[in-house]
Design a protein around this ligand. Structure first.
Ligand SMILES: O=C(CO)[C@@H](O)[C@H](O)COP(=O)(O)O
Length: 239
């Protein structure tokens, strides 16, 4: 069986989404990539999480061609593989329909960086794609989720570009969040935090419609204390 450890990590990420209440029934998926072999491991489509085992994971190449597995892969496979091809430093992708992040996506609104909880993980607002039918890339109008995410991060849809390593999540307008990380564990962790900051942002806006975003100084302090080569959080470099 190919990629035994990655299968286990991807299964564990899928199960973590359920444990944390981010996935109802089979709504959602997680995958991981082995960059050396150019292979992706992804959840099969529509299989009850109670019965999922590592051997049920589907292995594909970076263009979605099945290399190993008897079950049909997640219906979001094309989005995962496009993100791996376009964002070369990421190692895993997670998709959920978690309630608060999806509410922002359905409203077509980004999640503002209202406070330090957000700044600990996302270096700026979590962007939302253009409505899918309007997402432009390379001068063409496209309807596909992955292209809309890439268009948003590259600024091809008319918005400011975003660094996918500094903001490891995107809300797909009218759909739901896609989140990524260096490993399957990191991607699931980021999805859990995304849902928490979306819930806080929703309540912040409820308390104060014109709430201001965190200052650039606080954003820098909190983001860089946890990320990058000079991170000091936890048992990292001495501060
Ligand atoms: O976004 C969607 C459907 O809107 C998907 O996330 C499905 O809800 C899960 O699909 P599979 O991964 O089981 O194919």
């Amino acid at each position: 069986m190919l990629l035994k450890q990655l299968r286990e990590e991807v299964l564990e990420a899928n199960l973590e989404l359920v444990r944390r209440g981010l996935v109802l029934y089979t709504f959602g998926n997680a995958s991981g990539v082995d960059r050396e072999q150019g292979l992706v491991v992804i959840k099969p489509s529509g299989v009850d999480y109670d019965v999922l085992k590592p051997e049920h994971m589907v292995v594909t190449d970076l263009h979605g061609k099945i290399v190993e597995g008897t079950l049909r892969p997640s219906s979001d496979l094309d989005t995962h593989t496009l993100l791996y091809r376009e964002f070369e430093q990421i190692g895993a992708v997670v998709h959920t329909h978690s309630e608060f992040a999806t509410s922002f996506a359905q409203a077509g609104l980004p999640i503002p960086a209202f406070g330090t909880t957000h700044a600990d993980y996302f270096y700026g607002p979590v962007p939302v794609t253009a409505p899918l039918s309007d997402a432009a890339i390379g001068g063409r109008y496209v309807h596909e989720t992955g292209l809309a995410i890439v268009a948003r991060f590259r600024g091809l849809d008319g918005s400011s570009p975003v660094d996918p390593l500094a903001v490891p999540a995107c809300l797909v307008a009218g759909h739901a969040p896609f989140v990524w990380g260096k490993t399957a564990h990191d991607a699931a962790h980021n999805a859990v935090v995304l849902e928490a900051v979306a819930r806080m942002a929703y309540r912040t806006i409820g308390l104060k419609a014109n709430a201001g975003e965190v200052s650039q100084g606080l954003l820098d302090r909190h983001y860089f204390r946890k990320h990058g080569k000079d991170a000091t959080y936890g048992q990292g470099n001495p501060s």
